[in-house]
Structures are given as C-alpha cells and as structure tokens.
Design a protein around this ligand. Structure first.
Ligand SMILES: [Zn+2]
Length: 74
C-alpha cells in the first residue's frame, strides 16, 4: 500500500491522495472550472491563491492547495 502524499492514510492510488485529500482535490478542480467561466484569465496558481484566502476553505483543501503551490514553484 502507498501512503497519501499529504498524510499517513492509505492512498487510493499510487502516488495519490487518501479519500479525504482526493475529495478536496476534486472540489478544487471543480471550483476552478466554475471560476474560469467567471474570470477568463485565471491560472491554476492564481485560483489556488484566492481560494486559500477564503474564510470558508477547509483544512483538507488548504493542505492540497499548499501541496499544489509547492509543486508549481519547483
Ligand atoms: Zn491524505
């Protein structure tokens, strides 16, 4: 078995996330699609930066955001 890239739970797939982080990632991707319709020039990184600042953003989502932002910077 493989661990989640962000926590010690079992990952659903190799090099993947656990159920919780996977759900957080899914909601991020879905949200990005919706936001792109509203703001045409929004990049993935800009989107992540904005969502991170929202008060309603949960901890799972924030962890995925930080992971993605780090990946973009590398
Ligand atoms: Zn996880």
């Amino acid at each position: 078995m493989t661990n989640c890239r962000l926590c010690q739970r079992e990952a659903k797939e190799k090099d993947g996330f656990c159920t919780y982080h996977l759900a957080a990632m899914d909601s991020l991707v879905r949200g990005y699609d919706a936001w792109k319709d509203a703001y045409s020039e929004l990049t993935w990184l800009q989107y992540l930066t904005r969502v991170k600042q929202l008060k309603g953003t949960g901890e799972w989502v924030k962890e995925v955001i930080e992971f993605e932002m780090k990946k973009e910077r590398d």
